[in-house]
Structures are given as structure tokens and as C-alpha cells.
Design a protein around this ligand. Structure first.
Ligand SMILES: *[C@@H]1O[C@H](CO)[C@@H](O)[C@H](O)[C@H]1NC(C)=O
Ligand SMILES: *[C@@H]1O[C@H](CO)[C@@H](O)[C@H](O)[C@H]1NC(C)=O
Ligand SMILES: *[C@@H]1O[C@H](CO)[C@@H](O)[C@H](O)[C@H]1NC(C)=O
Ligand SMILES: *[C@@H]1O[C@H](CO)[C@@H](O)[C@H](O)[C@H]1NC(C)=O
Ligand SMILES: *[C@@H]1O[C@H](CO)[C@@H](O)[C@H](O)[C@H]1NC(C)=O
Ligand SMILES: *[C@@H]1O[C@H](CO)[C@@H](O)[C@H](O)[C@H]1NC(C)=O
Ligand SMILES: *[C@@H]1O[C@H](CO)[C@@H](O)[C@H](O)[C@H]1NC(C)=O
Ligand SMILES: *[C@@H]1O[C@H](CO)[C@@H](O)[C@H](O)[C@H]1NC(C)=O
Length: 404
């Protein structure tokens, strides 16, 4: 009964009605659900409501698959590395300090799953919602048409230690070179933190660049991100909001810059945790209110590759943007058949260090442990209150005169 009442409440949020196409439009032989638009084809899987393929033609008209993933849906839960390939981390994305938080004076302890120590053998923090976070579970496909797919998940009270049941719908739509997504979640029984994202690994060359196998030559521009969230040695926010000085390693706001441009700077060392050179940071998106996040030109991030000429502009209603430059990749994750160079000994069919870029639209990370940031309204949800909503549009274009 409670579930039905919750679903009825969600129905009021203009969710798509299950489509008649669903029965005839099931997954292909690899478990992939395809959707299409002018310029783009994309495939999704139930596991983590993940994107598994994104196909677009490069500046030479050659089709590229520009997101990392596996060849088939069944392999995602077999793979032991589980790098959160293209899924929806939940119910709380990114890290929770000490795997604890407080709501209305009550302390909650969630499943620790990262950075084990002698004092905390299971982990010193919680990453992406715990060992069995949302992107370890198969969502339900509730609607699938030629250009759109909607997944749902019911996350029970107490799962991974989080209070209360959460019901969520994830809708992905393609339209005119644009990948659009809308994530909605309702806390139906208790107050709980909710923060979602899309954890997609990009290589705008489809891992087929025959001059370099890294993404270090991709150019990134974060026009609204003069600040970032300061983190400690294990990437837990310290509470500090740091300025990205013009010309410094973390400056992507003053002008577009190659991902690899600052990595020889001493400041790049430990920038993504102790001993790590690169990026795994949350930039703050500071926009002057009022603004319409969908307005043309108001993208919060632009990533482009001069080799393929492929560019993506990211528009979102969210206020933070995590970038991970694949510092932890080490050539053990295989490319898909749709990617990379075949039979070239100089280019093994795996993802090397710095071979990709993860970009996550989200809210301020671990703000549940920093009430002084004033983010509670964006992070704590409960019955009778507003739903959690995340929207984003990834707009693609091709520069036909780009030169590497
Ligand atoms: C699906 O969309 C693609 C791209 O917009 C179009 O070419 C194709 O005809 C559509 N297929 C159906 C069955 O509507
Ligand atoms: C699924 O993909 C994995 C990884 O690419 C591969 O090892 C496996 O053979 C594939 N399984 C099937 C049934 O195609
Ligand atoms: C999840 O879906 C995959 C692919 O369809 C399937 O192989 C797997 O058995 C499912 N897992 C569970 C726990 O249902
Ligand atoms: C960390 O969590 C443990 C229990 O999980 C608690 O005993 C301890 O006080 C917490 N430490 C901090 C600094 O919050
Ligand atoms: C490298 O890729 C480019 C773009 O697809 C192509 O024009 C060129 O011939 C390739 N070079 C080699 C040596 O394969
Ligand atoms: C990468 O960028 C650097 C600096 O702009 C340039 O010198 C180099 O030729 C580029 N390499 C490739 C393989 O695109
Ligand atoms: C590569 O990274 C994975 C995931 O972190 C790890 O499990 C594996 O041991 C590493 N392999 C090598 C050869 O470093
Ligand atoms: C396309 O690439 C060329 C060469 O890198 C550059 O000069 C030009 O500004 C780019 N065009 C657009 C629209 O970004």
C-alpha cells in the first residue's frame, strides 16, 4: 500500500507513463537498451541505470563510442574493480566523512567502504552509498521509447544504514545532439540525505586517438568555477572553500585549458589525495541569480578534443562539478569492442592512467557534514517535502576544422 501511495505521489511529478513500446523494445542480445536522436545513439543497462554506449561521428565522419563501459550488461556485476562505470551513484554520491552524519540530533552510521585503516578496518569513509550502493543494483525499466528510457529503484529503509525508504526515477532522453537527464527521488518515510549524479567516464576520441592514448589533450573549461571544495589526504572535505587562483593548477575558469597542462606543476602533487597527481575535485558552480540553467551559452563545463573535434557542453541545475582525470586507471580495465585501435601493439586495448575524464554534476560534496554551508535544503529530504531533482543537458557539437 505504501509503495502504491508513493508511486501515486511521484505520478504527480510528470513522470513518463510506461510506454506501449516497452514490450517490443526490450534489450538487445548484450542486455543494452538503445535510444536514438539526430547525431547520437546511446545504450543503457539496468545495472546502476548506467550509460554503456554513446555513439557520435567525429570530424571525419567516423563513429566513436565516447564513454567507458563493458561489452554486455551481465559483465558489470562480475567485474571486480567496479569503477562505477556510467552509473547513478546513490543514495548519496561521493564521500561521507567517517561514514556518519546527523539529522535532527540523531547520528546515523552508514556502510564504510573506502580507505580501510587499523582503527576502521571496513573503511574510514563511505563512497557512493556503500558496498551495495545504487550503482551495484539492477534498476527496473519502467518506460522505453525510441528516444527515451526511464529507470526506477526502490531503496529500502535502513539499506546501507540510511534512514527511510527512497523511491527514484531516472530518465534519459536524446534529442538533436543532446543527452538530457532528469533524476527525481522521494524520501517516503523518514528524513534522509539524497545526492545523485551520473558517473560517466569520457574519452572524446573513443579511445582511438592514434597519437596519444590519454585524455590529457582534452581541453576543459569551467567558466563559473573560481572556487573548489578543499579536501584532505583521502578526499574528504575539510570545510574549506578554496579559491582557484588564476594560472594555478585548478584554474579552469579563466580560460579553457588542457587537462594535462598543469600536471608538472608542484601544486598538482597530492591535488587528488596523498601521492596523487591529477584531479579528483569538486568545483563549485557560482552563478549570479536569477539564471536559467538551460539558456544557450550558460554551460557550466565544456570538454573538447582537438583530435576527434568532438565537444560537449554541460548544462545543469546543480551547484557543484566533480572532475576525475582517471589518475587511478592502470591499464587493467578493458576497452569495449566499439572502442580503441585494433591490432596496434602501441595501443593496448585497455584504459591507461589519465585515459579518461569523469565529470559529475552534483551538489556540494559531503555537505551533510557541513551545516555551515547551508545546503540542507538541497541534501536532506523527507516525507511531505519537496522531491530531490537533478537535471542536466549534455550538448554535443563537432568542430570540423579542429587540429590535434
Ligand atoms: C528512432 O529515431 C531515429 C533518430 O531520430 C530515427 O532515424 C528512427 O527512424 C526512429 N525509429 C523509430 C522506430 O521511430
Ligand atoms: C561480456 O563482456 C565481457 C567483457 O567484455 C566478456 O569477457 C564476456 O565474454 C562477455 N560475455 C558475453 C556472454 O558476451
Ligand atoms: C542484473 O542484470 C544483469 C544483466 O541483465 C543480469 O545478468 C544479472 O543477473 C542481474 N542481477 C540481478 C541481481 O538480478
Ligand atoms: C566516527 O564514527 C565512529 C562510529 O562509527 C564514532 O564512534 C566516532 O565518534 C566518529 N568520529 C568522528 C570524528 O565523528
Ligand atoms: C590517425 O587517425 C587519423 C584520424 O582518423 C587518420 O586520418 C590517420 O590516417 C591515422 N594515422 C595513422 C598512422 O593511422
Ligand atoms: C597535445 O597537446 C600538446 C600541447 O598543446 C601538443 O604539443 C601535442 O602535440 C598534443 N599531442 C597530441 C597527441 O595531440
Ligand atoms: C590496477 O587498479 C586496480 C583497481 O584499483 C587494482 O585492483 C589492481 O590491483 C591494479 N593493478 C595493477 C597492476 O596495479
Ligand atoms: C575548431 O578548431 C580550430 C583549430 O583548433 C580552432 O581554431 C577553432 O576555434 C575551433 N572552432 C570552434 C567553433 O571551436
Amino acid at each position: 500500500m505504501r509503495l502504491n501511495a508513493s508511486l501515486a505521489a511521484l505520478g504527480a511529478l510528470t513522470l513518463p507513463i510506461a510506454s506501449a513500446d516497452y514490450a517490443t523494445n526490450g534489450p538487445d542480445e548484450n542486455g543494452l537498451y538503445w535510444i536514438y536522436s539526430e547525431g547520437l545513439s546511446a545504450a543503457f543497462i539496468a545495472y546502476g541505470a548506467s550509460i554503456s554506449r554513446l555513439l557520435i561521428n567525429d570530424q571525419y565522419g567516423i563513429q566513436r563510442d565516447i564513454v567507458a563501459g563493458f561489452d554486455n550488461a551481465s559483465y558489470y556485476e562480475i567485474d571486480q574493480q567496479h569503477p562505477h562505470l556510467g552509473g547513478v551513484p546513490g543514495r548519496y554520491a561521493n564521500r561521507i566523512k567517517n561514514s556518519t552524519f546527523e539529522i535532527d540530533g540523531v547520528s546515523y552510521h552508514v556502510d564504510p567502504n573506502e580507505n580501510p585503516t587499523d582503527a576502521a578496518p571496513k573503511g574510514a569513509d563511505t563512497l557512493h552509498g556503500g558496498h551495495d550502493g545504487w550503482d551495484y543494483r539492477n534498476f527496473t525499466v519502467v518506460s522505453h521509447t525510441n528516444d527515451s528510457i526511464t529507470f526506477s529503484i526502490v531503496d529500502p529503509d535502513g539499506k546501507e544504514g540510511f534512514p527511510g525508504e527512497v523511491i527514484s526515477y531516472i530518465t534519459y532522453t536524446l534529442k538533436d545532439y543532446t543527452w538530457d537527464f532528469k533524476m527525481v527521488a522521494l524520501a517516503t518515510t523518514k528524513k534522509t540525505p539524497i545526492m545523485l549524479s551520473s558517473h560517466t567516464y569520457w574519452n572524446l576520441d573513443g579511445f582511438a586517438n592514434n597519437e596519444t592514448n590519454t585524455a590529457l589533450n582534452h581541453t576543459l573549461y569551467l567558466p563559473y568555477s573560481g572556487q573548489r571544495i578543499g579536501v584532505d589526504n583521502i578526499l574528504i572535505p575539510t570545510g574549506d572553500i578554496l579559491a582557484n587562483k588564476q594560472g594555478s593548477v585548478n584554474d579552469f575558469w579563466s580560460a579553457p585549458k588542457q587537462i594535462g597542462a598543469s600536471l608538472n606543476d608542484p601544486e598538482a602533487v597530492n591535488n587528488c589525495g596523498l601521492g596523487c597527481i591529477g584531479y579528483d575535485n569538486a568545483w563549485i558552480i557560482n552563478r549570479q541569480a536569477p539564471y536559467n540553467w538551460r539558456d544557450e551559452g550558460n554551460y557550466v563545463a565544456r570538454l573538447q578534443s582537438p583530435w576527434s573535434g568532438i565537444q560537449v557542453d554541460i548544462y545543469t541545475d546543480q551547484d557543484a562539478f566533480q572532475v576525475y582525470s582517471c589518475n587511478g586507471q592502470n591499464g587493467t580495465l578493458a576497452l569495449k569492442e566499439t572502442q580503441g585501435l585494433h591490432d596496434d601493439p602501441d595501443f593496448p586495448r585497455t584504459i591507461p592512467r589519465y585515459g579518461c575524464v569523469v565529470m559529475e554534476v552534483e551538489d556540494w560534496i559531503d555537505a551533510i557534514n557541513h551545516p555551515e554551508w547551508g545546503r540542507a535544503e538541497k541534501q536532506i529530504f523527507g516525507p511531505g517535502g519537496d522531491p530531490y531533482v537533478l537535471q542536466a543537458s549534455y550538448v554535443f557539437s563537432i568542430n570540423t576544422t579542429a587540429t590535434p
